[in-house]
Design a protein around this ligand. Structure first.
Ligand SMILES: Cc1cc2nc3c(=O)[nH]c(=O)nc-3n(C[C@H](O)[C@H](O)[C@H](O)COP(=O)(O)OP(=O)(O)OC[C@H]3O[C@@H](n4cnc5c(N)ncnc54)[C@H](O)[C@@H]3O)c2cc1C
Length: 330
């Protein structure tokens, strides 16, 4: 049932990754008036896909799993809408110079036709301003105001403000004001990730679709076109491990790429004839134990949600957004 006292409250949400989208859709369903701001051209954040003619590569989240009944229900709705499907890769593990088949048999899901499809689906009935990097927030006379790097002051004032962005970005927004929050993001050590995408004209002779790699620069490789609904060109995504990525996050892209491809070659993925692109994720992974899965300061009407407050990963991000919305509605 909608709480009548908050029906007309306005909410500004910064960030339209899965946490922001989840919070926005839930709040809108509860009767709040929601407007979201996103610095990129589209929604979905780290659940992202790069594509070109005949190829695509998920270069952020690779797949998602679901344990919580609410998230399982949400995934079923996505599957019904055609924006997600189960993925059954031939999955290997590399450890101590040995390959073995993975014995992990949990369900894995991906967005279809791309990892950002569930995000686009959630965004379709929301008011979102893209290409808006919010670089200043402030509160006056009980209302929140925000400023966009690209367009200046935003006219609309909000009753509530929600930061659905990674911890370091939220910290810099909040510390540019006097609004500190208890137990806030200072303890979160988010790590980067270097991601290489390799496009082949011929299928490499590799006996698996995806592999977890231990004790190497690379931690994960996967054949993107083994996922349901993908473009057909043979395309592999390679993630460097979080510690190596973080240590070398400022490397020149070409140099980072050559280290990663050298390691790929050692693992049997020869990319000499492939077309290569590389992406630097500054804030890929990391989480704190926040207890509740979100932060809300009811007096200031300021909230935070995101994967980093709820165990990391896609499922945690979605649940964090739902939990924050429900807490605001009390
Ligand atoms: C390389 C990589 C691999 C991963 N693999 C997996 C995996 O296999 N399985 C899994 O479950 N999870 C994986 N993850 C993690 C998963 O992607 C995240 O947990 C989840 O997508 C986080 O969602 P979020 O909404 O919390 O944050 P984000 O997706 O980061 O969303 C934040 C949004 O805020 C926007 N933003 C930031 N600052 C501002 C600002 N100042 N103004 C406006 N907008 C702003 C950003 O552009 C972004 O769209 C991976 C992540 C990476 C990077």
């Amino acid at each position: 049932m909608i709480n009548q006292s908050t029906t007309k409250a306005t909410v500004g949400i910064i960030g339209t990754g899965l946490a922001g989208l989840s919070c926005a859709t839930r709040l809108q369903a509860l009767g709040f008036e929601v407007c979201a701001y996103e610095k990129s051209r589209g929604p979905s954040g780290r659940m992202s896909t790069r594509s070109g003619e005949g190829w695509s590569a998920d270069h952020g989240a690779q797949y998602f799993t679901a344990r919580d009944p609410l998230f399982i229900q949400e995934i079923n709705a996505w599957i019904k809408a055609g924006v997600a499907a189960a993925w059954h890769p031939r999955l290997f593990v590399y450890e101590g110079d040995q390959w073995r088949e993975s014995i992990s048999n949990g369900h894995r899901y991906v967005g279809t036709p791309a990892m950002n499809s569930p995000g686009k689906y959630l965004a379709q009935n929301l008011s979102i301003q893209f290409n808006h990097t919010i670089d200043k927030i402030f509160r006056q006379n009980g209302k929140w105001f925000i400023h966009s790097l690209e367009t200046g002051d935003i006219d609309q004032a909000f009753d509530y403000l929600i930061l659905a962005i990674p911890a370091p970005q939220a910290t810099s927004l909040v510390t540019s004001t006097d609004y500190s929050l208890d137990g806030f993001a200072s303890g979160v050590n988010m790590l980067g990730c270097w991601t290489v995408m390799a496009r082949f004209t011929e299928c490499p002779d590799i006996p698996f679709d995806a592999a977890f790699i231990n004790n190497e620069i690379i931690s994960w490789i996967s054949r993107n076109n083994s996922k349901p609904g993908r473009a057909s060109q043979e395309t592999w995504t390679i993630h460097a491990n979080p510690q190596w990525s973080q240590q070398w996050i400022e490397l020149d892209k070409g140099v980072a790429s050559s280290h990663i491809l050298e390691c790929a070659k050692k693992l049997g993925l020869h990319c000499e004839n492939a077309e290569i692109s590389i992406h630097r994720w500054r804030y890929a992974s990391g989480a704190i134990n926040s207890g509740s899965g979100f932060i809300l300061n009811p007096a200031m009407k300021l909230g935070l949600c995101g994967d980093w407050l709820n165990g990391g990963r896609v499922e945690g991000a979605w649940l964090s957004g739902q939990k924050l919305a429900n807490a605001i509605n009390i």
